[in-house]
Design a binder for this molecule. Structure first.
Ligand SMILES: Nc1ncnc2c1ncn2[C@@H]1O[C@H](COP(=O)(O)OP(=O)(O)O)[C@@H](O)[C@H]1O
Ligand SMILES: [Mg+2]
Length: 302
């Protein structure tokens, strides 16, 4: 039985660089909702999104947008103003999670392990970097590993900065952490489980993320239970520190001592049937439709 008779608009596509992935996520969610008997429709979240939501008489929004306005709090703000409940994190949490400078500052305040970092502004001076090489350079406001570079020697810094500043006015330089990369799935204020990500490339790059066979996904992770427990707890604390709601996926790297360094919180994880969060959910006993319903229930306060 559907948990609500409200008309659900699946907001998908949109204007960001991640439009194509979002269309796949949206299609999978829409199909699951229809199969489960919901009154659902698909809405391409372009410039006319407010009119489209009204035209379709949408009563609740399932946000299936990745990157840009759909993930950074803008669409969430629009839905607040027009009074439509929506899935996932609110305006502030979405905005902070999308910004690596501000999210790191919140993690540090909460005492969560974060690799040492500095923030540079476009056109500003590059200070002496006091933590050791190798470094990671990344734009403050991107995703999908776009503009991320590994810097092994001082000479590699300038080209890496140039690349990252081409995408964002602020750039993060941080210490590279070596170890196991783990992503923790959170739903409804609880840890769902996690996946270990083993790219065949130097790091989990755009290519490793989106080329079939380039990365091995280990579910559950092959990691000592105590260390994994600590990673799960840290992932949940990172989600809560930003004030996130609904589903999220937290990126962590565990160093040789098992310290779980937080990289970021993704507030709108991929939700195709083969995406990581649905895989994590399945292992915890929630199939794709059940996961979609849980996210919807939280949005509607059910
Ligand atoms: N400090 C770091 N140490 C080691 N690897 C890192 C570090 N920061 C990022 N990476 C690598 O780059 C990838 C993308 O970085 P991330 O901060 O998650 O940005 P994005 O939003 O693009 O996913 C990570 O999944 C990881 O493989
Ligand atoms: Mg990431």
């Amino acid at each position: 039985m559907p948990v609500t008779n409200k008309k659900i608009g699946v907001l998908m596509g949109g204007l960001s660089a991640e439009r194509e992935v979002s269309l796949k996520t949206g299609e999978a969610i829409y199909n699951a909702l229809v199969r489960a008997g919901y009154n659902a429709c698909r809405i391409d979240a372009g410039r006319d999104i407010a009119e489209a939501v009204r035209r379709e008489a949408v009563e609740a929004a399932f946000i299936a947008l990745h990157g840009g306005a759909g993930e950074d709090g803008s669409i969430q703000g629009l839905l607040e103003v027009i009074g439509i409940p929506y899935t996932g994190s609110g305006v502030l949490a979405s905005a902070i999670a999308m910004d690596k400078e501000f999210s790191k500052k919140v993690f540090v305040f909460h005492g969560l392990p974060v690799p040492e970092f500095i923030v540079l502004k476009r056109g500003g001076r590059v200070p002496e970097i006091r933590f050791p090489l190798p470094w990671v350079v990344k734009p403050a406001t991107e995703g999908s590993s776009i503009g991320v570079s590994m810097v092994d020697d001082a000479a590699g810094l300038a080209p890496a900065l140039e690349k990252a500043f081409g995408l964002s006015e602020r750039v993060i330089v941080e210490r590279r952490v070596y170890g196991k990369e783990v992503q923790v799935g959170i739903l409804g204020g609880k840890v769902l489980g996690s996946v270990e990500v083993r790219p065949s490339t130097d790091f989990y790059s755009y290519e490793a993320k989106y080329t079939a066979g380039k990365t091995q996904y280990i579910l559950p992770p092959e990691i000592d239970a105590k260390m994994l427990g600590k990673a799960h707890e840290t992932g949940l604390q990172a989600h809560l520190a930003l004030g996130c709601r609904g589903a999220s996926r937290v990126d962590l790297i565990l160093d040789a001592n098992g310290t779980p360094y937080v990289l970021e919180v993704n507030t709108i994880p991929g939700m195709t049937e083969t995406s990581l969060l649905p895989k994590i959910a399945r292992l915890s006993g929630l199939d794709f439709t059940a996961l979609v319903e849980e996210i919807l229930k939280e949005a509607l306060g059910l």
